[in-house]
Design a protein around this ligand. Sequence first.
Ligand SMILES: Cc1ncc(COP(=O)(O)O)c(C=O)c1O
Length: 476
Amino acid sequence: MINQNETPLYDALVNNKTKHPISFHVPGHKYGQVFSERGKEDYSSLLSIDATEITGLDDLHAPDGVIEKAQKLAAHYFNSDFTYFLINGTTVGNLSMILSFCVPGDEIIVQRNSHKSVLNGLELAGAKPVFLGPVFEEDTQRHSKITLHSVQRALKEHPEAKAVFLTYPDYFGRTYALGEIIAEVHAHGLPVCIDEAHGVHFQLGEPFPSPALKEGADLVVQSAHKMAPAMTMSSFLHVQGERIDQMRLEHYLQVLQSSSPSYPLMASLDLARSFLAQWNHLNKQQALTSIQEVRQVFASYEEHWSVLPLSPYDDPLKMTLQTKRNSGYEVMRVLEKMDIHPELATSDQILLIFGLAPSVEIHELNQRLNKVDSQLKKSNNRATINVDQLSFPEIQILEMAYSEMQRTPAERVNWSEADDYVAAEAVIPYPPGIPLLMKGERITDDHRNRVFSLIKQGARFQNVAIEKGIRVFKGE
Ligand SMILES: Cc1ncc(COP(=O)(O)O)c(C=O)c1O
């Protein structure tokens, strides 16, 4: 009989700790006894469970003990056939999923607005991506979902594709009718991989959108650390059905993940799964009531933003502010100055994320927002809002194959000279980490204008000195 209250991996670590073991093995901090005095107080409780693969604590790469038990409990809770614990986030899940499907030159159908880890996975695999352009949604004012029509077209035009790779939900918690798309892909005999980084809690049922596994996905990766209470970098990777070569998937998981996986991270997955499994009606009421209160507080500052309403396709743990007078970046800067920290800003929106239990003190929030209000009244500046003018083709392939890019020398040029060259680096505002320009895509005026507009508004990029230029392939 499976009991979701159990946390076998965490319990094994606590049990080990209570024996006060004399450690003649790594890690060098010896359960916290040898550590910088400066950080000892903050780290000590965590270091006492920061063990390694000693007898009784199993091995992530060949589990047959407490890790296997903990993964089985997770598989049972999420209704998967098999669940893996990941210690390098959804990033490593995305890389491994793609590598498990594609050898160099293989086509794979991929949503254009994917996280950069998906693009990196395509490049590592030497795959030939067929990108599906997201459509602009009026109610959210964003490019988000892809359509059944675009999937049907891609399947027809690229019958050799090995898999379809989608993101569900988007960063802002918006979902779409995934089940009908998966059914269509399955009818063509292909598997569907889902980056569900932001949807681990969909397993809790209404009012959350339906989880990707329930919609029929074959492989699903979820950042447990994003929307459930797990430690940063911990994720679940779920397998369902017969379309997956699990041995190949496991091969890439052990290629890409550390041979010394962190036990505090893995145990936090065990605890997070148990937390979700025990989340009951009362917890739901408390969380939703608190969210409603916070939404009302924000809604009362209507001069500066509107709070976007929730549709059945939206995750209620996400709240989007549509800014009215100042850009999203400017409003976020003022909020941060008052120690209110949103998840991210775009030109005209700000995303705030709630947890699964109340964590905001309303009186304190109101006091800080009053100060935000006064600051914003002083700096109202409508002219700086410059919204998303890009549009994406329904289906797009890269100008150069990844193998060709590897052989072609790249050079950095000023933006004024970059037009019509193929980009040798992606340009990715971070967060949300979704590419504005992909490596291998031809650079146009639109890209350049958008990059400069975002820089002006205060967006952050991970590219070195992006304002000065971009790396391009000159010899193509
Ligand atoms: C849609 C999406 N996929 C994947 C990732 C990467 O996840 P992780 O941070 O767990 O590696 C992110 C991170 O922001 C994301 O937003």
